[in-house]
Each structure stands twice: as C-alpha cells, then as structure tokens.
Design a protein around this ligand. Sequence first.
Ligand SMILES: [Zn+2]
Length: 472
Amino acid sequence: MTSPQTRSVEDAVRTILPGVRADLEALVRIPSVSATSPEQVHRSAAAVVELLRSAGLDDVRVLSSARPDGSPGMPAVVGRRPAPAGAPTVLLYAHHDVQPPGTPEGWASPAFEPTERDGRLFARGAADDKAGVLVHVGALRALLPTWGPDEGVGVVVFVEGEEEVGSPSFSAFLAEHREALAGGSGSAGPDVVVVADSDNWSVDTPSLTTSLRGLVDATVTVRTLDHAVHSGMYGGPALDATTALVRLLDRLRDDDGAIAVPGLRPTDGPEPTGLPEVTEERFRADAGVLDGVALLGSGPLAQRLWHRAALTVIGVDVTPIEKASNTLAPSARARLSLRVPPGLAPAEAFGLLRDHLLATAPLGARVEVELDESGRAFSGDVDGPVYDAARSALARAWGLASADDVVHAGVGGSIPFIAELVEAFPGATVLVTGVEDPDTRAHGHDESLSLAVFERALFAEALLLDSLSPER
Ligand SMILES: [Zn+2]
C-alpha cells in the first residue's frame, strides 16, 4: 500500500524533476576534466555551490586540501543542513569532475553537449557522476520545503572535485575538514553515508554495491648473477634471471590457473550467500574472453569476481626483443596487481603474497618483494536498519514487488576513498548507490544516463532521507 507520505514525496519529486534535468544539462556542459582542466573544475565547483544553495542549504562552502606532493587539490563543495535534535546526519557524496572525453570521432554527438536519444542522455559526465550530484540536489529540493525546521534529518552534501584522478588530496581533506563533513563541531560524524557513484544491475533492477575488493600492487625482483654474462661462455650451468622470474610467476598458480598462494586461493575465505547469478555467457561476452580460453578458479562467478583474490602481472622489466643479445640477464622484475577480498587487510594480503614468492624462489634465485600501493576493501552492513530502509525506498521507487528484489552487487575493483570514509567515520553505515546501468559506458565514448534510472534514483533517495527522519 502506498502511504500518504510516500505519495507526497512522489508528488514533490515530480514537481522538481524538469528543473533538475535542466540543471544537469547545464552542469554537464562544463568540461570539468580533473586530469587536464583545473580551471573548468573550479567552474563546476562554483556551479555546484549555486545548485546546493538552490536546494535550500544555507551553509555552502568550497574547500580543498593539498595533495601529498604539495600541489593544490581540486575544489570540493560542502553544503550543510544541521541535524534537528535527535535526528541522524546523512552525508551525501558525489563528484563533479569527469574523465577526459577521448577522441571526438568516438562520440555520436559532442561529448559536452548533452543529447537525448532513446530515453538516454549522452555526454561525458551525464552519468558519472553529475547525475549523482543532481540526485542529491533533487532529493533535497523535493524534501526541504516539506520539512519544518525541527523535522527531517541533518544533511552534509560533499561533492568532490578529483575522484577521476584517484582522490589524491582525500586523506588530507578528511583530516582538515573533518568537522565540516561530520556535520558540525562536536559531532562524532555522519550516521549514514550515501555514495551515489556506482552501478545498477539493469535499467529495471536497482542494486546496492555492498562490497568492493581492495588492492595491493607489488614489485618482485629476481637476481641470479652478479652481472650480465655471455650465453655461449656461461650458458648451460648458469641461470638467467628472466627464466627464473617466469618460473617464479608460474608458481603463483595451480595447473588450472587458480591462485596457489595460501590464504588467497579460491577455496580460502567464507562462502558469501545471496549473490546474484553472473552467467558465464554474459561474463565471457563482457570480458571478451576468446573461445576456448578457460576461466580461472571454480565456484560461482560472482564469488570469484567480488569475494576472492585476483592476481595479474601488469608489467615486466626484462630485455626487450629488439635489444636481445646472447646474454644471460642478471636480474628481472615484474609488477603484480592483487585484488584483495573484503575482510582481508591489504597488509595481510601483501604478507601472504610476499611469503609465497620468497618460499617458492626457484633454484636458489634471490627474490625481493616490495609493496608499491595499497587500498582497503569494503563490505556494507547489509543486515542493519539503514540497508532495510534503503531496500524499501529502492523497491518503491523502481516499482518492485519486494525489497528482496534489490540486488546486492559487489564490484571487483576498488574505490579507495570509500575505505577512507569508513575509516574516518567508523560509526556510519555506508550505502553505495548509483545512477549507472550496464549500458552507461562510464569513462568510455558515448557515455550515457538512462533518464528512467535517474528519476527512480532521485525518488529513492528522497524516500530514503524522509524515512530516516525520526518523526516518520
Ligand atoms: Zn564516478
């Protein structure tokens, strides 16, 4: 049954939608590519300030922090509505910077000219993540006029300006502007964080991104000789480092290709339940796996993709063919990328990988392993009341029969800032929502937003915020 309150939120959303759509198009026209165009990112920050003010937030500021190398970080926009007594504070995250557009020929219509075709809005940033910005703005425009000063929830809107370059100043920003993000002085932090920057299962089925793998990048160096020597003079008894490296890398896997590192094998770790089915056909087609090439590991694909480790050789330093001579190479290196399952700390995963590499050094070769980079995994508290409220709101907004039809999807990649947010505000429940769908092509040519998904996402967020209000 639809309650009168749900109906009034729906009516309010319907009223504000045309204006929100126009504002999305205007924001998309600003080519705020954080990798190349800082001045445009400053322009989009100024536009976001106006949008947050128009949504009814009085306290709106542009804030930034320095990056680790000392250069200035891109501007973020933070807007705030203080929490009424006894009400929770919700932090709403999105980002206003975008990826570079790529080549103009790749686009059917200009990258920064929003163009509607078949119910989709095409442009760079139309989905990732300017639609996320406008979902927050739209939900507040719909709700704030219906809440009295002592009603509703506290809100902090945090619109970042450098997500697409890896959020380099994020740690410093969290430290320096913690009070602003926490919702004011004395606040322990937000109770709920909504990150509107992810995917949906399909245009008809919403999903919550409930897990993300972490990341460890490491470099392994193998040495077998004190210096390079002639293969004719010394080859036979002496071992070259390239061969030793190849043998070492081979020992990372079983005969069927699955990771052989104890603690990181496909059979290590808990068996997650309730995962949606990813069919082999869909996976092979999406990944472009050639016919006849085997898939690695065993068990459900969703488990292998989201809850198990993955190991990839992403670079090697060996003698290139054009420089090949009759020489035994004294050393060789490989860069390894390890995706870390939720529940395992990056430092622990690195330790498992390093120990295995050292223990399996072939033929006495000297092996060194260095950690280059790491990021934490994430897994959401899907059994708590906030997830219940989110599933109900999504089901209502998308017209699903049951809240159980909302898909809990994992993502195999990492979003390091989410792990940092979890660390900064350990008391908050983090919900990862989004406006994307499998046809969005975020970061690619012809990125597009399903306008139906956009409306449902906005309606769902308004319902969620309203349902988190104590008086509901
Ligand atoms: Zn994004």
